[in-house]
Design a protein around this ligand. Structure first.
Ligand code: GRF
Length: 226
């Protein structure tokens, strides 16, 4: 994005615990990413992540969605993002569906993380559904946001093998650990200008990704060139 030498200003939108937001913020603070979190925005007052963000000294904003119409909420969100100077928006456990017009305004500049190996298991309650289906693999996906829910171009997947004695909570914890690695990694690639979305295609170092980048639990990251 714009100036690859300056830290990329990132806004993170949350509705809950905010552990992905914290992973991104900590990676920025540690200098692992050429990015900085300029705003953490929550759509509900009981989002625990908002206090965690404030305690890290990050600028926070609560836009209580229940008290607003969708149009009012999005107008305030647009103003908040604009005044923060954010050039990238990271949805991180943000449980609100944004309108097609809002998403279009941030096309190629808005990411989401979803707890499944998309396109499998879009929507909610993925860990329970994956276990019920006796899947052998699970994980998390980072993708660009389009108006199709959990359906935008895939960038990266963290992948794990499901253990015999796996429970919903053990699986959730393992997926979260993967998420905390892949989300900062993707933002880092965008911040250095290596990763972009061009005409609906994800380009890494100027070449289309043949498949999403893959990260495994044991630490390995790999990708296949087109
Ligand atoms: C994550 O599992 C993410 O994939 C999903 O919501 C969860 C948010 O967790 N979209 P946290 O609030 O970042 O801890």
């Amino acid at each position: 994005m714009s100036n690859p030498a300056a830290p990329l200003p990132v806004a993170v939108l949350i509705s809950g615990r905010g552990s992905n937001m914290l992973a991104i913020a900590r990676a920025c603070a540690a200098g692992h990413l050429r990015a900085r979190v300029v705003s953490v925005i929550a759509d509900r007052s009981d989002a625990a992540g908002i206090e965690a963000a404030a305690s890290l000294g990050l600028p926070t904003r609560l836009l209580e969605a229940r008290a607003l119409s969708r149009a009012e909420f999005e107008a305030q969100l647009a103003r908040t993002l604009e005044s923060s100077g954010a050039q990238l928006v990271a949805l991180a456990g943000f449980m609100r569906i944004l309108s097609a017009a809002f998403v279009a305004a941030w096309a190629g500049r808005m990411l989401n993380i979803h707890p499944s190996l998309l396109p499998a298991y879009r929507g909610l309650d993925t860990h329970r559904r994956v276990l019920a289906a006796a899947e052998r693999e699970h994980g998390a996906s980072v993708h660009y946001v389009t108006e199709e829910l959990d359906g935008g171009p895939l960038i990266c997947q963290g992948r794990l093998s499901i253990a015999h004695a796996e429970t919903k909570s053990s699986l959730a914890a393992r997926v979260h650990r993967l998420e905390h690695r892949i989300y900062p990694m993707v933002i880092g690639l965008i911040a250095t200008g290596r990763l972009i979305l061009a005409a609906g295609t994800v380009l890494l170092d100027g070449r289309p990704l043949a498949a999403p980048l893959q990260v495994s639990e044991d630490g390995a990251a790999e990708h296949t060139d087109a």
